[in-house]
Design a protein around this ligand. Structure first.
Ligand code: FAD
Length: 476
């Protein structure tokens, strides 16, 4: 007898409840990954995620091989492929980890019916979150819409330890696609050329990153996690997104760290609360599945956005003339990620200074982030735009100059990503347009030629944003 273990966003072999359940059935396990670009529709994986997926599948394939099995790769609509493979392999059961994207939940419902009608059992397991959506509810039984009480309630529920591995009997190999034929890596242009310097996709890379973080960066986490030039955060988000590490594994290691080193308590708790934001995003996506597409606060559906291709393009390319914004956008393009503080700054700039719909920023991030995640991305964009649950108030408008001066005081981050302004003294680094002519000359900077003039004036833009907000307040 054979069970198909359908890998999805859970590309690991350890702490994998569906895989362990399959192994414990005593049947032969057929590990399968399906590249399904049809079912997610417009939320098919973006370019950066595909780069990651290629390397992650390559790593998983090797790990499965080392364990004695063979990872089968197939491309197409998941339901069709699963039925076909059940027939070919004689499998009567399909196990997988649950997903929470609206399209994925709908797909799971359909699979229950179609597979069930052919007497194929279909079972879903957890493991992607600390708590399943629905486990953490308000006293009245409704979904939380505010983070702090949600997280407090989460912490009252015990977190199970990672599952212990059982011996696996792998199924005989069946025909598999060749990963290279999927052409997941970008070619024209190959914008991921140097990403290998930053990332090590796969389960081993994820474990290594967690251990390094807890040995090293965590000491700086509490005080310096907001400074983009400092390596103080975990950079675990793409590993978590692709399921190469489970939040339970992270949790268990954090608890161990706290026990071993009581001084780390504050930093570790702060870090755990960030994992909490990931939980909260999934919780919101589950209960409010419209989040990636429509403003959570209804009045924002009437917001007078001013769609403008030119403004959007300059933001995407990192040519707004605001160095901290441009540094972030260029870091994103060059590495597939951007520091969280800078994500907030560039997102606020797009929505509030440039009055572009948060969805256009969400789409760009979807395509360019290696951690692009429907729950976290949608919730974060709405949080910044002011339209989300528990969002930053709209009238709080980040000033890109003071944000730069505060969080990149010595300008290391900006100098790294925006070399055109690198020779400016710190005093003008975040506002080159204020530098007197001799200073610009000395810094070999010609505004409007070697580096853009600011795309909008901060004060005018701020006022325009507040006026736009007033419009929805009045029309509500
Ligand atoms: P750490 O500080 O080490 O945090 C640990 C983990 O907690 C992260 O790996 C991540 O899984 C989770 N986390 C941290 N902050 C958040 C948050 N605000 N919301 C949800 N989870 C969080 N994160 C994504 O994983 N995918 C996205 O597509 C994404 N889009 C974002 C878009 C915008 C506009 C903003 C402002 C934030 C977005 N984030 C997203 C959240 C956050 O920026 C990243 O999770 C974080 O920068 C990843 O770096 P890290 O792993 O070093 O984080």
């Amino acid at each position: 007898d054979t069970i198909i273990l359908w890998f999805r966003q859970d590309l690991r072999l350890n702490d994998h409840p569906a895989l362990e359940a399959a192994a414990r059935e005593g049947k032969r396990v057929l590990p399968l990954y399906i590249l399904d670009d049809e079912t997610p529709n417009e939320w098919r994986m973006g370019g950066a995620s595909r780069w990651w997926l290629h390397h992650s599948l390559s790593a998983l394939g090797k790990d499965v091989l080392n364990a004695g099995g063979q990872l089968i790769l197939r491309r197409g609509e998941a339901a069709t492929i699963l039925q076909e493979l059940c027939e070919v392999s004689g499998a009567d059961t399909v196990y997988c980890s649950r997903r929470y994207e609206p399209w994925a939940s709908a797909q799971e419902k359909t699979l229950h019916q179609t597979l069930g009608s052919q007497e194929i059992a279909f079972k879903r397991y957890g493991g992607t979150l600390l708590h399943e959506p629905g486990q953490v509810m308000t006293q009245g039984g409704g979904p939380f819409k505010v983070f702090t009480p949600f997280w407090r309630a989460c912490q009252r529920i015990e977190i199970a330890p990672p599952v212990t591995p059982a011996e696996k009997h792998w199924a005989n190999r069946v025909q598999s696609d060749d990963l290279d034929d999927w052409a997941l890596l970008p070619t024209a242009p190959n914008w991921a050329e140097s990403w290998g310097d930053y990332w090590r996709p796969g389960e081993n890379g994820a474990q290594e990153r967690l251990h390094e973080f807890l040995d090293d960066e965590v000491a700086r986490y509490a005080d310096e996690r907001d400074f983009p030039a400092v390596e103080a955060t975990s950079r675990l988000s793409p590993h978590l997104h692709h399921g190469e590490i489970s939040p339970r594994q992270i949790w268990a290691m954090c608890e161990q760290k706290r026990l071993e080193n009581p001084h780390s308590e504050t930093a570790v708790k702060k870090f755990q609360a960030e994992i909490g934001w990931r939980e909260f995003s999934y919780h919101l996506l589950h209960f409010f599945p419209g989040i990636p597409e429509t403003s959570f606060k209804e009045n924002f559906t009437n917001f007078p956005w001013q769609a403008n291709e030119e403004r959007l393009r300059r933001w995407q390319e990192g040519n707004t003339g605001y160095p901290i914004v441009d540094a972030g956008m260029r870091e994103l393009w060059a590495t597939g990620t951007m520091h969280n503080r800078v994500r907030m700054v560039v997102a606020s700039f797009l929505c509030k200074h440039l009055l572009q719909h948060w969805r256009s920023g969400e789409d760009w991030f979807w395509d360019t982030l290696v951690d692009a995640d429907l729950a976290s991305n949608g919730c974060s964009w709405q949080w910044v735009a002011g339209s989300g649950a528990d969002a930053a108030p709209y009238f709080r408008i980040f000033n890109p100059v003071t944000q730069g001066e505060k969080f990149d005081k010595k300008g290391e981050y900006v100098r790294r990503w925006v070399p055109e302004v690198a020779k400016l003294p710190n005093k003008y680094l975040h506002k080159p347009w204020e530098a007197p002519a001799p200073v610009l000359k000395e810094a070999e900077l010609e505004l409007g030629h070697t580096y853009p003039e600011p795309i909008v004036d901060h004060r005018d833009a701020r006022q325009a944003a507040l006026d736009a907000y007033e419009h929805i307040r009045l029309s509500n």
